[in-house]
Design a binder for this molecule. Structure first.
Ligand code: GTP
Ligand code: SPV
Ligand code: MN
Length: 595
């Protein structure tokens, strides 16, 4: 039974039914009964494994095909009407041509399968910042993940009414053939089509495809921002909460920072972190002229490896019930899960992420093929499980942002933290961001690449227009604009070890950032921006001396001259479209370095 009379939705579904020919069409109403029946079905077919109900109630394990374990950037397209609209950083294809190609691939592919219709809201249902989507899929795994990651069900359709303002998400698993895998966004049509994958960011269409690629385009047209950012609230001993939004590339620490537990000496003083979001922020200018952010998601699709009681207690807690694990190790003795970095006890009776018996004696840290869990294995956990979920999480108005933070993995070059000299200078810093690549996307790992605002794989339009949009937002915000910072937790010593302890200790840096926003901390002006006075980064209880700290705060002239030259190269891609302001910012950086 259709859950709506919205004609634009019904017509679209009819069209897709005609194309893929499912045996039946099932509307997802969001009820526990329906989801439970789907869980049982997925267990019966082997699509999911039910885990130990005492230790991990409501939790399941799923394995994807070994060829389908991460986002595929080389097969992701922005099918804008013109190549120019997609810009130099996106793969582009003419929309008509791509529709034809995708329909040919998907034709008849639901035969013998069920079409699930998932109505979902990105953002609290009815929030002025929320948007509606409908995803069609032939995968129960997708349905169950979407039911955690978004708000699904009839209420979504009720708020939409007869409106045509909703995003069309069409997923067909087909044969999971990597040669025919395509993740396509049609920004001008509010449409997404994903074929031949069944993995995370490729198929949970509310996430990267909608909430970033389509939404960034909508934000550009409508005057708001969709960003690859965590949102956290930092509560001080007086009980005041200041909000920070931070953009780091995939697998560079957003979930960890969003859920951090302050070091003991700060906990004792009643400092606390509240999590609003761990991956995506939608931000609009509020009535008071400040920038307000919501998390459009309802759960966390987090990196499992490295998550443990010490590194991210709150994330681990979030995964203890009603969670789906993907591509982790299965411990057979107690029917639970494991991954590298969970604890030091390598399991003896276990299956690896592919489902084969795992031989702990062959484990070699340097050889990822010996790992029990895939490096990009993930947990899908409900946000409500998170012990530090913000009381503002479910409120539709969003939280006012005091600081925007950019960051990435840079073994050298970028200091632990610095502040931009202005909004425009902050946009320059974001536009020039670079990071070493990770396992979150298929391809080489550890290569430095420019990833502006951590949006390289996610910007749904010409990136030079995106930079201009950032500059325009700054102009509208004026003196109410958040202050912009850059952080780097990943500087290494000569042996390749991380110098900064990271994780909970990043709170020491956040405190400096908030102090700067409030005009309470001093700084040294350098060629690249304001760097902390070393004594203003509190090292209480840390096994770190001043010289080491000073070392990771230095701005090395030669390194930065090389960096400026690389930024110049990076900027060439954008040609004439690069905003004049950013050219001037680069010229200023070069002049400052030459002084
Ligand atoms: P996506 O979900 O892919 O967008 O990733 P993310 O940005 O949320 O990254 P996440 O927090 O899951 O961290 C990814 C990896 O970085 C994990 O293996 C963490 O252990 C590691 N990591 C996170 N924070 C830090 C830190 O402060 N220092 C160091 N050295 N590693 C960190
Ligand atoms: C990322 O890669 O940035 C993720 C995981 O958050 S995915 O949903 O696969 O995009
Ligand atoms: Mn992400």
């Amino acid at each position: 039974m259709a859950l709506t009379t919205n004609k634009s939705i019904l017509d679209w579904i009819d069209e897709k039914v005609e194309l893929v020919k499912p045996d039946q069409v099932v509307w997802i109403d969001g009820s526990e009964e329906q989801l439970d029946a789907l869980r049982a079905e997925a267990v019966a077919t082997g699509e999911m494994i039910k885990l130990n109900e005492e230790k991990l109630p409501g939790c399941y394990l799923h394995r994807t095909k070994p060829n389908d374990v991460a986002r595929v950037e080389d097969r992701t397209f922005i099918c804008a009407k013109t190549k120019e609209n997609a810009g130099p950083t996106n793969n582009w294809c003419d929309p008509d041509e791509m529709y034809k190609k995708l329909y040919d691939i998907a034709r008849d592919s639901y035969k013998g399968r069920t079409m699930y219709v998932i109505p979902f809201s990105m953002g609290p249902i009815g929030s002025p910042l929320a948007k509606v989507g409908v995803e069609l899929t032939d995968s129960i795994y997708v349905v169950l993940n979407m039911a955690i990651m978004t708000r699904v069900g009839k209420a979504v359709l009720d708020t939409l009414g007869d409106s045509n303002d909703w995003v069309r998400g069409f997923h067909a698993k087909c044969d999971v053939d990597p040669e025919k895998r395509y993740i396509c966004q049609f920004p001008e049509d509010n449409a997404i089509i994903s074929v031949n994958s069944a993995y995370g960011g490729n198929v949970l269409l509310g996430k990267k495809c909608f909430a970033l690629r389509i939404a960034s385009y909508q934000g550009w047209k409508e005057g708001w921002m969709a960003e690859h950012m965590l949102i956290l609230g930092l509560q001080n001993p007086q009980g005041e909460v200041k909000y920070i939004a931070a953009a780091f590339p995939s697998a560079c620490g957003k979930t960890n920072l969003a859920m951090l537990i302050p070091p003991e000496y700060l906990k004792e003083k009643d400092y606390k972190i509240w999590t609003v979001g761990d991956d995506i922020a939608w931000m609009r200018i509020g009535k008071d002229g400040r920038l307000y952010a919501i998390n459009p998601e309802n759960g966390f699709f987090g990196v499992a490896p490295g998550t443990n009681e010490k590194s991210n207690f709150n994330a681990l807690e979030s995964t203890k019930k009603n969670t789906i694990f993907t591509n982790v190790c299965h411990k057979l003795d107690d029917n639970t899960v494991w991954w590298e970095g969970l604890d030091k006890n390598l399991p003896t009776n276990a299956n690896d992420w592919k489902g084969n018996p795992w031989d702990a004696s062959k484990f070699d840290k340097a050889d990822k093929s010996t790992y029990a869990a895939h490096p990009n294995s993930r947990f899908t956990a409900p946000a409500e499980n998170c012990p530090c979920i913000s009381p503002e999480f479910d409120k539709g108005e969003g939280v006012p942002i005091s600081a925007i933070v950019f960051g990435g993995r840079r073994a050298k070059c970028t200091p632990l933290v610095y502040q931009s000299k202005s909004w425009e200078n902050g946009v320059f810093i974001g536009s020039a961001m670079a990071s070493e690549t990770t396992a979150a996307a298929a391809g080489a790992v550890g290569v430095v690449r420019r990833d502006p605002m951590a949006m390289l794989p996610f910007c749904g339009y010409h990136m030079a227009d995106y930079f201009q949009h950032w500059l325009d937002m700054g102009e509208k915000l004026g003196d109410k604009a958040p202050k912009i910072f850059n952080v780097n937790w990943f500087r290494t010593d000569d042996e390749g070890n991380f110098v900064w302890p990271g994780f909970g200790d990043n709170m020491r840096v956040l405190n400096w950032i908030i102090d700067r926003c409030e005009g309470k901390a001093d700084a040294t002006e350098t060629a690249i921006g304001y760097v902390p006075m070393p004594e203003d980064i509190d090292l209480t209880d840390l096994d770190m001396d001043m010289d080491t700290l000073k070392d990771i705060l230095t701005v090395d002239k030669a390194t930065w001259e090389k960096e400026a030259a690389e930024i110049e190269e990076h900027y060439k891609k954008f040609g004439d479209k690069l905003p004049e302001e950013l050219k001037n910012q680069l010229a200023t950086l070069k002049a400052n370095l030459a002084k």
